[in-house]
Design a protein around this ligand. Structure first.
Ligand code: G6Q
Length: 550
């Protein structure tokens, strides 16, 4: 038995779960008029309402005890101080250093990393501003009109999510594209309408060895050479963000156009580093600074707020409550702001790659469940799709809702309708619809008692489905920075309580190795028999059916 499941606080929580599991939130709200005041927190313009959760004061007390028993406060100190908490890779975890606003030093191997972070950021801004102000000229001395970020995973999802979210701040005559899939359709479809004379590529890869990115990068280079007729002035069209300067130089990227990454920044936590070059080009350096400043606000809050007033801690504890005690397998992320449409995909990686692990920090199998399946979609779209399961399915799916109080180019008619959905859905998920409600509704519609009786079971909603709502003023860079960092810290807290290393990703590394081996087997027409019968069968079927040139 692990220390966690062996602890007194765990045993108390199991006992408490038995007491509380049948309580209905409808009754909890009726009994306690101050639930909203009690169970909501604020950070700047962000309101976090977690009152529509299946909790009481006692639940929170016990969950907080669990966090204390895990030594959370000490771990938070280690995290910010640069201890090597990513022990399987022997690395510190310092994405937080990328957004520090003061000149407080942060040491890695006795060297203060802040000056280097600032130097690199200035280089990024300098290039970005030259492109934005049309001073960076391509091979035929024309300004850049299109920027293509080639990267995958952590070198793709963060920049893509943020540039989409902050479109309102972007230049209208500069297009940013993202290519991640090794499927040639992705790069072909992107390059089809672009002019090589006015296109600028960012090869974003921490390792500069990731197959998907390197194959796409090579195709981009060939495209440039074929279209221009030579590699003339190619250095004006290619840049790289990487910790592998040697490979980037060998690829042919000019040293001035290579931006550094460090091994103490994990891919999925790297949008704050030079990996954010595409973001800076899109929204400008001042807005990027605001994004960092927003994240820093979340860092300060996480570091300094008492655990019971700490938003990421509450988010994490609620997740643990449902995951480990209610045995919920998943969690939905439902932004109602259209510009957050890539946020669920971004969070899916951040959370599932960090906490999808069954081995604890001591190398033992855990005897409890860890990270949930994260999924999501724009809330409004999801209402017309999978909300059915949230309301009446057999699974408990806790959900996070994110919505802006106002929008940049607000059209009141749209925005009020949007928000009416936010409030109506969270209320309905919590309250449900009783037989009484259904009876009255159907009676009003003119149904007789016989008809009502037949329809009744289908029309009842059990309710008691938990949601937590983030309401923020508007989706500006600062607020977005804060929201992202709150989720990063939530993931950290859960990793600490589950006693796992949230910062390695051996599962992802495996995929990188496997594909390399099989690639060699695809290069000729020879029949393969080195795998299991299914893999052999699939490979051989593919080899037989593919057109000659492929
Ligand atoms: C993120 C992961 C992974 C990584 C990609 C791309 O935390 O490590 O998603 O970001 O595999 O790796 P490179 O940046 O090295 O190409």
């Amino acid at each position: 038995m692990s220390q966690l499941t062996h602890s007194d606080s765990w045993a108390e929580l199991i006992k408490h779960f038995e007491e509380i599991k049948d309580l209905h939130m409808r009754d909890l709200f009726a009994q306690d008029k101050s639930r909203f005041e009690k169970y909501s927190l604020k950070l700047n313009d962000i309101l976090y309402d977690f009152s529509k959760n299946r909790i009481t004061d006692k639940t929170l007390k016990l969950l907080l005890q669990l966090a204390k028993d895990a030594g959370l406060s000490e771990w938070i100190e280690k995290y910010f101080a640069g201890d090597r908490i990513n022990h399987t890779e022997n690395r510190p975890v310092l994405h937080t250093a990328l957004r520090i606003q003061e000149n407080t030093p942060v040491y890695v191997d006795d060297i203060d990393i802040i000056p280097e972070i600032r130097t690199e950021r200035e280089r990024v801004k300098h290039l970005a501003e030259k492109i934005r102000t049309r001073k960076w000229l391509g091979v035929t001395n024309q300004a850049i009109t299109d920027v293509v970020n080639i990267g995958i995973g952590g070198s793709h999802l963060g920049p893509l999510m943020v540039t989409e979210a902050l479109r309102a701040h972007a230049l209208h005559d500069l297009n940013i594209h993202f290519v991640s899939n090794i499927d040639e359709n992705h790069i072909n479809d992107t390059l089809e309408y672009l002019n090589p004379e006015t296109t600028f590529f960012i090869i974003a890869s921490k390792t500069f060895t990731t197959q998907d990115t390197m194959v796409n990068a090579e195709t981009a280079r060939q495209w440039y050479i074929n279209k221009i007729g030579s590699s003339e002035k190619i250095e004006r069209h290619f840049s790289a963000v990487t910790s592998n300067v040697k490979l980037a130089t060998e690829f042919g990227i000019a040293e001035d156009n290579i931006f550094k990454m460090w091994d103490w920044v994990g891919g999925r936590y790297s949008l704050w580093s030079a990996i954010g070059l595409s973001i800076v080009i899109a929204i400008g350096s001042e807005h990027f600074d605001d994004l960092l400043a927003g994240a820093y606000e979340a860092d300060l809050h996480f570091k300094n707020a008492p655990l019971e007033e700490n938003i990421p801690v509450m988010m994490a504890l609620l997740g643990i409550w449902y995951n480990n005690f209610f045995k919920a397998q998943s969690m939905a992320v439902l932004p109602y702001d259209q510009r957050l449409h890539r946020f669920p995909a971004y969070l899916q990686q951040a959370d599932m790659e960090s906490n999808g692990k069954y081995v604890d920090r001591e190398g033992h199998d855990v005897d409890y469940t860890t990270g949930p399946v994260i999924f999501g979609e724009i809330g409004i779209a999801a209402q017309h799709a999978f909300f059915q399961l949230l309301h009446q399915g057999t699974k408990l799916v806790p959900a996070d809702i994110l919505a802006p109080v106002y929008s940049f180019r607000c059209i009141a008619r749209h925005h009020r309708a949007l928000m009416s959905n936010v409030f109506a859905q969270t209320e309905a998920l919590m309250k449900g619809k009783t037989e009484d409600d259904v009876y009255k509704e159907l009676k009003l519609e003119g149904l007789d008692d016989e008809g009502i009786k037949k329809l009744m079971p289908y029309k009842v909603f059990p309710g008691n489905r938990p949601t937590s709502t983030f309401l923020f003023d508007t989706l500006d860079p600062k607020t977005l920075g804060t929201i992202i960092a709150l989720y990063e810290h939530k993931i950290f807290v859960q990793g600490i309580i589950w006693n796992i290393n949230s910062f390695d990703q051996w599962g992802v590394e495996l995929g990188k190795q496997l594909a390399k081996n099989i690639l060699n087997e695809l290069n000729d027409a020879e029949k393969i028999n080195s795998h299991d019968s299914s893999t052999n069968g699939l490979i051989n079927y593919y080899k037989q059916r593919r057109p000659k040139k492929q």
